[in-house]
Write a protein that binds this ligand. Structure first.
Ligand SMILES: CCCCCCCCCC/C=C\CCCCCC(=O)SCCNC(=O)CCNC(=O)[C@H](O)C(C)(C)COP(=O)(O)OP(=O)(O)OC[C@H]1O[C@@H](n2cnc3c(N)ncnc32)[C@H](O)[C@@H]1OP(=O)(O)O
Ligand SMILES: Cc1cc2nc3c(=O)[nH]c(=O)nc-3n(C[C@H](O)[C@H](O)[C@H](O)COP(=O)(O)OP(=O)(O)OC[C@H]3O[C@@H](n4cnc5c(N)ncnc54)[C@H](O)[C@@H]3O)c2cc1C
Length: 669
């Protein structure tokens, strides 16, 4: 254990902050009462001996990691029920503190399996399945992706063929590429799954639908006949999760196991068409809507670690013989870390918007109003892709900004990175998601040309492109937002014009689309970026907090916007919207903002309010005693348990002896 109180540099950082970090914490968690409750729940978990005694994940092999994750998450599941915690966000706080570095082997059971039953099953199916799910008799997952197809869902090859005589579906993965491959916890943990399969009835294929499949015996946990299951092996991250494969050989399930709230197959095999298209894609939309907040949290943890460490780390004397500087005082270090910090706040704000929008829209869908589904799809796909790309890149910047120690698991950042980066792939590969956004934007652009009214968040498209920026020396939020709107509108028009020109010269619309997917993704990215900037400004402006806190928060928000302009400068100046002088104002503003944020950097990460027990980082400790912690971490490496390892005698000694013998003068003769 590190001792010695709070590191003097870190203590000074907290004293010199111009605002009270608690105020920002209260805003982030939606009020002081909620903060108190969060801390109470986190402390309950942190003090629980089952969680306290668990070994550190980094020193375990994969099987041990899986077992630890299972033990912790099942204990948390039981405790959450005993404590009567029902609010999803409160469950999240408890679980995060209980198992901060263990991905849940029952995570998909809770985040996809149960919500899909709640949203897509009939009342009768819910009555049958939900009690079993809550008592964990049924543990399920979401089995969609196959060896041959993940992105193109319509191309999935698993079939569900209806047999009207037996009133059963026959589930089959008819070839190698049809086997389910990747679903989380399918390999070893779960005993049920939702299978996405091509529905065939009366000889006709009706596309993919959802079916409930029992995969393992509920007592012995053995796979059921006709089902081959297994873990897919070690991955880049998610070591403790059994992503699985599954082969189905004509497995029969009752007709009642098709999810029939919206889509139905009658006893005689008649297919009843649903009220709306793509309703069975809604489970993906739920997770996509939650990912922006989740990834913002990952990045906020990386920022805490890198910024606290940069305040403690001193390297190189600035003037000969003088004191070595805190690395956080180097402008280049600030340019790495403060945009990352601003990005994490921007994504937390975007995630807050996104999840609220999801709840509002799905409430309308539940009532049969499907009108806002295209907007929900476009925004959830776009923000999921944009936030995961931005945040994973920034996490890696945080890691490298910690120098060599950032490469060690002692820092905590490598684990954050490997668990965050698959967010770019799962729930829809990011490029593919951006192309869905582009599809929506092109539709909106066509509607605009036809004089139709646009949804509020794309109304900026109606503004004339024939304008110049209002940017002055004092870089104003309004002018920044307008610059982002202009860039997004211009790139949407450029992509639309390119497609239109190709069609006019004889290409088919599909060909024209496929030859312009790169500009289309530029347009989609610019749209998402604009959305995040605008939402960030709006949320800061509306935030109820004292003036100093708001000023500190606003500086971050401006930095996010200003840094984005500089990073994508070409797209802002291509048509002369910003002139040279204005670009210079923005560049100067960036440097000014770095200096303005500097005294508040530590307070801004303290505001995220992550206890050390969750961060589990030697570098990100609240007390800044990083060197003692690194030494303790090294000492606890299992390689240090024995002074001399057996492998020394097994491998080094024999080779040394052979080489010695070979090199003897007699041996050379
Ligand atoms: C309860 C709290 C939860 C908290 C959770 C916390 C987080 C926990 C995190 C856990 C951590 C890790 C878990 C990891 C889980 C990972 C799980 C998975 O990965 S599951 C598998 C995910 N797979 C995908 O996402 C596949 C991606 N592909 C697709 O979605 C589709 O194939 C496609 C959208 C790319 C194309 O679909 P297609 O049917 O071919 O559609 P078209 O392109 O032809 O478009 C037709 C039309 O449909 C519209 N559309 C498409 N999708 C939707 C949708 N979802 N909703 C509404 N509308 C949709 C599209 O816009 C088109 O509309 P038009 O009007 O014709 O333009
Ligand atoms: C950690 C993890 C957990 C997962 N959990 C689950 C789960 O629980 N359940 C489940 O069903 N699945 C799960 N998956 C699978 C995941 O959803 C898919 O991997 C994902 O949807 C991407 O599909 P793919 O692998 O087929 O990628 P591909 O589509 O093969 O992507 C490969 C490349 O092709 C490009 N590409 C593909 N199609 C197009 C196109 N139309 N236009 C332009 N470019 C294209 C992509 O941009 C990408 O660069 C998980 C994956 C991971 C990594």
């Amino acid at each position: 254990m590190a001792t010695g109180g709070v590191n003097a540099d870190l203590a000074k950082e907290r004293e010199r902050a111009t605002f009270d970090s608690e105020q920002l914490t209260n805003f982030l968690y939606r009020g002081p009462e909620k903060v108190r409750r969060k801390r109470y729940l986190q402390n309950l978990a942190i003090q629980d001996p089952v969680f306290k005694k668990a070994p550190l994940w980094a020193f375990l092999n994969r099987e041990q990691q899986y077992a630890t994750a299972l033990k912790k998450h099942l204990h948390a599941y039981r405790r959450i029920q005993e404590l009567g915690i029902t609010e999803p966000v409160e469950k999240f706080y408890y679980r995060e503190a209980a198992a901060p570095h263990e991905n849940s082997p029952i995570g998909l059971h809770e985040s996809m399996f149960i919500p899909t039953i709640e949203k897509q099953a009939t009342e009768e199916q819910k009555r049958k399945w939900l009690p079993l799910c809550h008592s964990l008799k049924m543990i399920g997952t979401y089995a969609q992706t196959e060896l041959g197809h993940g992105t193109f869902i319509r191309g999935l090859e698993t079939t569900a063929t209806y047999d009207p005589v037996a009133k059963e579906f026959i589930l089959s993965t008819p070839k190698l590429t049809a086997m389910k491959y990747w679903p989380g916890n399918l390999g070893k943990t779960t005993n049920h799954c939702l299978v996405m399969a091509q529905l065939i009835t009366k000889g006709k294929n009706h596309g993919i639908h959802m079916f409930m499949l029992q995969t393992r015996d509920m007592e012995t946990h053995q796979p059921l006949p006709g089902i081959e299951l297994g873990d897919i092996g070690p991955k880049f991250g998610f070591f403790d999760n059994d992503n699985g494969y599954m082969i189905l050989k004509d497995v029969r399930i009752p007709r009642e196991n098709m999810f029939m709230r919206y889509y139905k197959v009658l006893e005689d095999g008649t297919y009843v068409t649903p009220p709306g298209d793509r309703l069975n894609y809604l489970s993906m939309v739920l997770l996509r809507s939650a990912i922006t907040s989740m990834i913002g949290q990952h990045l906020s943890q990386a920022c805490i670690i890198a910024i606290r460490y940069s305040a403690v780390r001193r390297q190189t004397e600035i003037s000969p013989g003088g004191e070595e500087a805190q690395v956080l005082d180097y402008q280049t270090q600030q340019y790495k870390l403060f945009p990352a910090l601003a990005t994490s706040y921007a994504m937390l704000m975007a995630g807050r918007f996104m999840y609220d929008f999801y709840l509002k829209t799905t409430a309308q869908i539940e009532k049969g109003d499907l009108g806002t589904m295209p907007q929900l799809h476009a925004l959830s796909a776009g923000l999921k892709a944009f936030s995961t790309w931005e945040c994973t890149a920034a996490i890696e910047v945080c890691r490298m900004s910690c120098g060599g120690h950032g490469y060690s698991h002692a820092s905590g950042i490598p684990k954050i990175y490997v668990d965050a980066t698959p967010g770019c792939t799962y729930e829809g590969e990011n490029t593919v998601m951006m192309l869905q956004v582009a599809r929506f934007l092109m539709k909106m652009y066509t509607n605009l040309q036809k004089g139709q009214e646009l949804p509020s968040f794309v109304q900026y498209m109606t503004k004339s492109l024939d304008t110049k920026s209002c940017m002055k020396e004092e870089v104003a939020p309004k002018c920044l937002v307008m610059a982002y709107e202009h860039r997004a509108s211009r790139l949407i028009k450029a992509a639309a014009d390119a497609i239109q020109a190709m069609v006019m010269s004889g290409s088919s619309p599909q060909e024209a689309w496929n030859k312009n997917t790169v500009p289309l993704t530029w347009a989609a990215l610019a749209f998402c970026h604009m959305f995040v900037v605008k939402n960030f400004f709006e949320m800061v402006e509306d935030a109820k907090m004292d003036g100093q806190t708001k000023a500190a928060f606003m500086a971050l928000c401006k930095l996010y916007a200003v840094n984005g302009v500089i990073t994508h400068l070409g797209e802002f100046i291509q048509d002369g919207y910003l002139n040279n002088q204005q670009v210079q104002y923005i560049q100067k503003s960036l440097l000014d903002l770095l200096a303005e944020i500097r005294p508040n950097a530590v307070a801004l990460v303290d505001a995220f309010d992550y206890p050390d027990a969750i961060l589990q980082s030697c570098l990100g400790r609240y007390d800044g005693q990083v060197y003692q912690a690194l030494y303790d971490f090294a000492k606890s490496s299992p390689l240090n348990e024995k002074e001399v390892l057996d492998s020394f005698f097994d491998y080094v000694k024999p080779v040394q002896q052979e080489l010695e013998a070979m090199n003897q003068p007699m041996a050379r003769l």
